[in-house]
Design a protein around this ligand. Sequence first.
Ligand code: FAD
Length: 334
Amino acid sequence: MKFDTIIVGAGVIGASTAYYLQKYSPKQKILLIDKFSKIAAGNTSRSAALYRNLFSSKSSLVLSTSSIGFYETIASEIGLKNLGYLWMFSQNDWKKSQKGLQKLNDQSDTFDILSPNEFSKNLQLNFNSSDDFPEIHQAIYGHRCGSLSAINLAKYYSKQFEALGGRIALEKSIQKLSLSEEERHFPSWSDVKLLSITDQNGDVFAATNFLFATGAWTNDLLAPVGIASQIYPQKRQMYTLKLDPIQIVSNPKESTPIFILPIGGVYVKPVLQNGIIMVGCANELGNPYQMKNFPPDADQEYFEFAIKPVLQHYFPKLKELKIFSKWAGYYAYY
Ligand SMILES: Cc1cc2nc3c(=O)[nH]c(=O)nc-3n(C[C@H](O)[C@H](O)[C@H](O)COP(=O)(O)OP(=O)(O)OC[C@H]3O[C@@H](n4cnc5c(N)ncnc54)[C@H](O)[C@@H]3O)c2cc1C
């Protein structure tokens, strides 16, 4: 089978790429491939799916703002909730962030800088420091931020792609990449090209162009043929906690934003109407860049040691904390 372009990986990135490529090159014969039996069954299905347009990098800002503009036009199909984003800082981190904040200034209509008394009304926060945890000094509130269903977004793109004539092949796990000049040991003066890819059943797919939207698996797939993607997987874990909303807010009927606490990158997505919060955390040093199995398990101990103390410091009413559900996946780090 010969295509103009084959996209390997039908997560949110591969599906959106397929859609836009087909839209702007309607005559191209494009194939979207994935090893799983469903669209978005990789890390897209593991995501907390929070979105924001608060970035100090100009390109991230342009990309996120235009993406959010598009998401808002299909809000009901992708379960978009414009919750807002409250990003809390200690005094020290606030000082360190001033350069980045200045770059945010030209989008000042999309965010506000708030002092504690401006956002303390509903959240039951402890603003003070203790030995390990800094005080809450300031916060940025992003207006065009929230959550959506990443799976529905990827499905939306893949359906639109198919409606434009694109083809999708699932349960095709690409095992081998075949290059030209193989029998001549890739002489450096010749233009070596990727000719085809082969799946687990030995079926061969050829194309003029290949795009790898394989996220956390990219290095494993491309390193054997000498392509340095510099993309590495790192495990990330999420926990859902059942609680009484008044442990978090004084008035559960008011809308509560997504928030990031001032230490450890601990972030919280409130789903208080269901008596739930979802919590995640960013850690790097000590967490290996490797994928053992997929999907990985979320560890109870990680929650106990790295997340729970932060939550209990900043929300003193959270005495008992029970995990209702947990899951994990891999970030793809560049
Ligand atoms: C716990 C967790 C929380 C997160 N929270 C957020 C968040 O709040 N906001 C946010 O923006 N991002 C978040 N992310 C990150 C987000 O999930 C990813 O950035 C996004 O899903 C990446 O999409 P992708 O299409 O690149 O990857 P994936 O969805 O992983 O897609 C890659 C696809 O490639 C396929 N593939 C790989 N190898 C092969 C092969 N050999 N043959 C065929 N197919 C192959 C896989 O099956 C997979 O479907 C989170 C991630 C995790 C793990």
